[in-house]
Design a protein. Sequence first.
Length: 281
Amino acid sequence: MLSRRGAFTRVGVTPRRVDVDALLEVQPDLLARLVLHRRERLAEVIPDQLDARRQELEAAKGFASDAKRQRDQLSATIASLKAERNAYQAKARAAFERVEELREGMEGKDVIRTPDPAWARERLQERLNAIEEEMQQTAGDHKTEAGFIASMRTLVTEHEAWVAGRTEKAGDHVAMNEARSEAHAMLDAAQKAHEAMLLVVHDHQKHHRDFVDQDEGLRRADSRTRRLAKALDESEQAIAYWSGVVAESLDANHPLLKAMVKVAEGGASSFVSSKPKEEEE
């Protein structure tokens, strides 16, 4: 397994070696002041950077929120059009089922397509005209005229009865045609709803990609802001700690002096001694 040094060494760059003797010559109180100074400098720089990152984060939240709202609106439109299409398709299936049921019921029957054909109406009109012409040419009394009118009424009544009988037979055929027309109309409506849905789906794909990009930007901005906030918090804690170290009088029992003596006598530094054994292999 790579050592800690190897894990952070770039290829082709030789790490700088630390002169242990020169490091030991630095007095602990001076070292504490140097560390404190560095932490104070970081604490001065980080707030401006953190403010900038927070502004970026708020902007990223707005962009991601707008992208999500637009995408969700299109998603709702797609769902509505899909439900509309499915409803029309269901109505078309029901209409076709009625057509099939009517067709099965009409098998073996004498189906009449036109109950009152033109030729029958023309024949009726010819008979009525003939009676009227005969009535005008005959010099009769009221009884004679009443007979002609009764004959005309009889012809009309017979024709209506004949048409009514044929209409009853043609009812299933009319119902079947109506059901078939309804089925085709429902299929046309379903097709229009589906085509409209496809147009919205195309726009939805673009808005979804935009949402994904904005959401990734939001995650990056949030991560950068969190890192800076953590660095500022750590620096403030370090300032408090090292300020206390600088304010103290370092005696022989202070951890810094003990560590210096340990290294001077050939012992391992706190960094080396804290490394896991597997990283040293």
